[in-house]
Design a protein around this ligand. Sequence first.
Ligand SMILES: Nc1ncnc2c1ncn2[C@@H]1O[C@H](COP(=O)(O)OP(=O)(O)OP(=O)(O)O)[C@@H](O)[C@H]1O
Ligand SMILES: [Mg+2]
Length: 300
Amino acid sequence: MALLRIDDLTVSFGSVAAVRGLSLEIAEGESLGLVGESGSGKSVTSLAILRLLEESATVTGRIEFEGRDLLALAPEAMRSLRGRAIAMIFQEPMTALNPVMPVGEQIAEAVREHQRGLSRRQVREQVLDAMTAVALPDPAHRCGDYPHQFSGGQRQRVLIAMAIANRPRLLIADEPTTALDVTVQAQILDLLRNLRERFGLTMLFISHDLAVVSQVADRVAVMRHGLLLEEASRQAIFREPLHPYTRSLLGAVPTMRTELDRPLATLQGIERGQSDPGFTADMLSLPLREVSPGHRARLK
Ligand SMILES: Nc1ncnc2c1ncn2[C@@H]1O[C@H](COP(=O)(O)OP(=O)(O)OP(=O)(O)O)[C@@H](O)[C@H]1O
Ligand SMILES: [Mg+2]
């Protein structure tokens, strides 16, 4: 059964259409990778799920979580879901952490916000458990340290600890490794895989990097200009990509077979707030067809 079901989601900011009729499902325990170039609508989609878009955004469609339409939920009910049943980690750990509060205290705040009535000792236990789960060194001592006393990768671990402290069912990770160097990135991806297994997390993993997504996602959805272009299992996306855009994304990913003396394919980008009217008009006229079970693509 789907834990999250997005149905015909549209988000626009004035005349800018950021998401156009997006429909997606994530089954319980599954990890869906959402890929697309800058400006394709990935973050706007995740912010719409959490109802964190600013007032100027016009949102239509349905976003069902555990069978309830999040877009119709009262603000109070949404607040209690956010951070508890649905947690999120962002790209830039330093801006998401409070620089003048010890990390243990920040994790404790996340715990107290959603689990009232815990004793100080119980809160501390949960903080140390969360720090241990994300493999932060020496939690009992380091919980008193400030964000700047941790490395970039460790700070991302602190954010992940905050996100999982309340045992969420859905974890949304928006470019969680983009700010990190490759080695640390691999460690964080490893950690996310591990947490997924341990806690049975359902995951929406967002990245512009198909190679990164392929390491954590069971299924991959490709977006461009706010449109879903293709969706399939990870294997199918890599073995039999159907949409030309997916193929061009794959062409930009180095593999063991990439010829070293030839440059990788590059993608024609777009500027933020811009779109390619010709491309979107073409694509909008095409239906998303289910080409084989679980494999959908927008094709002629
Ligand atoms: N608050 C906003 N006001 C106006 N336009 C916005 C706002 N937020 C996003 N947009 C526009 O919506 C579109 C989608 O943006 P979004 O942030 O979802 O892209 P993204 O796929 O996450 O890109 P990136 O890979 O750069 O993070 C872009 O054209 C962007 O300019
Ligand atoms: Mg983004």
